[in-house]
Design a protein around this ligand. Structure first.
Ligand code: PMP
Length: 467
C-alpha cells in the first residue's frame, strides 16, 4: 500500500538555483534573464489550488499549472492508479497490431464524450503532448486527402496569434511571428488569417459584423490559394496563449459553414478548452459546431502525466480502413498504459464531482460576475471570461483600448509580477493578464483571485503612468 502521508521535503534553494544555472535550460525562457535573476523560481509542492515554492511562499494558482491541472493538485486517487498500473504493466507500446487495456478503455471514454454532441467522432489516436497531437493531425490530414485522390489538398489555414505548439508543425500552424522568427518557420503550406480578437482588432464594431469580417478572411484566403489546394482549417475554440481571445458568438458557426462550403476539414485544437474549461467536455460544444478532428491534451490527465489525443471522424477512419496499409506514424509513448490509466481516472473524478456542470452553471458565471467589477478600474479596458478562463485588458484610458504609448506590451508582465508578489500566479500576455484556475476552485478562492488582481492593478497604476 502507498503511504497516506504526503511527503514534505525541505530543499536547499541555493543549491537548486546553482544547479539550475549550471545545467538546466528551462522551457520558453530567456537564459540571460535566468542568469540575472540567479536561477529560476522553484516550486516544490501543491495542494488543491495552491502551489508552494522552495522558500515556503504559497500562491493561489490562477493558471492551473500551464492551463492543465483541472482537478487540482494532491489527488491520491491518481497517484494510486499510477502506482498500481506501474506494478501491473508500466509500459508497453501500441505499434504493429498491439494494445494494452488502458488506451483501449480511455479511447472508448473519450469517444463517449465526443459523441455526446457529434456521433461522427468515433476514434482516438494517442500521443504525449499537445504539439505532438497537432503533428499527428498534420500528417493524418494530408495522408487522408492523398488517399481520397486529392493529393493537392495540402494547405492548412490557421489564424494569426494562434498557438498550436512548439514542434516544427505545431509552431508553423501557430500564428506567433516571434516563434516563426526562430528556425525559419512556418514551413510551406500554412496560411494565417485574421483572429477573432474583438477588443484588439474590432473595438466598437458590431460583434456579428466583426465575426463576419474575420470569418470572411478565411473564405478569401481559400479562394486566393484555390479551394482545391486547401486541406483543413485549424483553430482553438478560445485562443489561450494568444491572450484568451473569446470569439463573438456567431464566429464559429460561420467558420464551420465556410469549411463545409468548400469541403475543407475543420480541426478544433482543444488542448486548453477540452475537459471542462468552457463548461463542456469540449470547447467547441459551446457553439454547437462539429469538427472533423480534435486535438486534446492538458486537462485530459490534469497534467499528472504527459498524454495527448487526437479525436478522428469516422469518415477519415473509414478512408484509412478502405485503402489499408500502415499509417506510418506513431510514438514510443502512444497509448502509454500508465498515462492512459491516470487520464481515465482523472475523467472519472470530473464525472464524480460534476466539475463540468459546476464550471458551466456555478463557478464560471461567478468568475464572470466578479471579474466584470474590475471594469470600473481606471486601468481596465475589458474583463472577459467564459467558463473558467479569462483575461483582463490593461489600458491607459478607461473606456478605450488605448495602451500606454511607447510601452505597448509591457503592462501585462508588470502587473503579473505584482500579482505573484501578492500571492497569485497569473500570466501576463502583452497588455493583458490571463487566468485559467483549476476547475475545483471555490467562490471564496475566486474572490481572492479577483481581489489580488485589483490590488495589483492599484499598485501598478503609478508605475505604468510614470513609465
Ligand atoms: N495547442 C494549444 C491550444 C495549446 O495551448 C498548447 C500548449 N499551451 C499546445 C497546443 C501545445 O501543447 P504542448 O505544450 O503539450 O506540446
Amino acid at each position: 500500500t502507498l503511504p497516506v502521508q504526503k511527503p514534505i521535503r525541505n530543499y536547499d534553494v541555493g543549491e537548486l538555483r546553482r544547479l539550475d544555472l549550471a545545467h538546466h535550460l528551462p522551457a520558453q525562457s530567456d537564459y540571460k534573464l535566468q542568469r540575472e535573476l540567479g536561477g529560476s523560481r522553484i516550486i516544490t509542492r501543491a495542494e488543491g489550488c495552491t502551489i508552494t515554492d522552495a522558500e515556503g511562499k504559497s500562491l493561489l494558482d490562477g493558471m492551473a499549472g500551464l492551463w492543465c491541472v483541472n482537478v487540482g493538485y494532491g489527488r491520491d486517487e491518481l497517484a494510486r492508479v499510477a502506482y498500481e498500473q506501474m506494478l501491473e504493466l508500466p509500459y508497453y507500446n501500441t505499434f504493429f497490431k498491439t494494445a494494452t487495456p488502458p488506451p483501449v478503455r480511455l479511447a472508448a471514454k473519450i469517444a463517449e464524450k465526443m459523441q455526446a454532441s457529434n456521433p461522427a467522432l468515433t476514434h482516438v489516436f494517442f500521443n504525449s503532448s499537445g504539439s505532438e497531437a497537432n503533428d499527428t493531425i498534420f500528417r493524418l490530414v494530408r495522408h487522408y486527402w492523398a488517399l481520397k485522390g486529392q493529393p493537392k489538398r495540402k494547405i492548412f489555414i490557421s489564424r494569426k496569434n494562434a498557438y498550436h505548439g512548439s514542434t516544427v508543425a505545431g509552431a508553423s500552424l501557430g500564428g506567433m511571428t516571434f516563434m516563426h522568427e526562430q528556425g525559419d518557420l512556418p514551413i510551406p503550406g500554412v496560411e494565417h488569417v485574421l483572429q477573432p480578437y474583438q477588443f484588439g482588432e474590432g473595438f466598437g464594431e458590431d460583434p456579428d459584423a466583426f465575426a463576419t469580417r474575420v470569418a470572411n478572411s478565411i473564405e478569401e484566403r481559400i479562394l486566393g490559394v484555390g479551394a482545391e489546394n486547401v486541406a483543413a482549417f485549424i483553430g482553438e475554440p478560445v485562443q489561450g496563449a494568444g491572450g484568451v481571445i473569446i470569439p463573438p458568438d456567431s464566429y464559429w458557426p460561420k467558420v464551420e459553414a465556410i469549411c463545409r462550403k468548400y469541403g475543407i476539414l475543420l480541426i478544433c485544437d482543444e488542448v486548453i478548452c477540452g475537459f471542462g474549461r468552457l463548461g463542456h467536455w469540449f470547447g467547441h460544444q459551446h457553439w454547437g459546431i462539429k469538427p472533423d478532428l480534435i486535438a486534446m491534451a492538458k486537462g485530459l490527465s490534469s497534467g499528472y502525466l504527459p498524454i495527448s489525443a487526437v479525436g478522428v471522424s469516422s469518415e477519415i477512419v473509414n478512408t484509412l480502413v478502405e485503402h489499408g496499409g500502415d499509417f506510418v506514424h506513431g510514438y514510443t509513448y502512444s497509448g502509454h498504459p500508465t498515462c492512459c490509466a491516470v487520464a481515465l481516472a482523472n475523467i472519472e473524478i470530473m464525472e464524480n464531482e460534476d466539475l463540468i456542470e459546476r464550471t458551466r452553471t456555478v463557478t464560471g458565471p461567478y468568475l464572470a460576475k466578479v471579474l466584470k467589477r474590475l471594469e470600473n478600474h481606471p486601468l481596465v479596458g475589458e474583463a472577459r471570461s467564459i467558463g473558467l478562463i479569462g483575461a483582463v485588458e490593461i489600458v491607459s484610458e478607461p473606456g478605450t483600448n488605448k495602451r500606454f504609448t511607447g510601452k505597448e506590451g509591457t503592462a501585462g508582465p508588470i502587473v503579473r509580477d505584482l500579482c505573484i508578489k501578492n500571492g497569485l500566479m497569473v500570466r501576463g500576455i502583452r497588455d493583458s493578464l490571463v487566468m485559467c484556475p483549476p476547475l475545483i476552485i471555490t467562490e471564496a478562492e475566486i474572490d481572492r483571485l479577483v481581489d489580488i488582481l485589483h490590488q495589483s492593478l492599484n499598485e501598478a497604476e503609478p508605475v505604468l503612468r510614470a513609465l
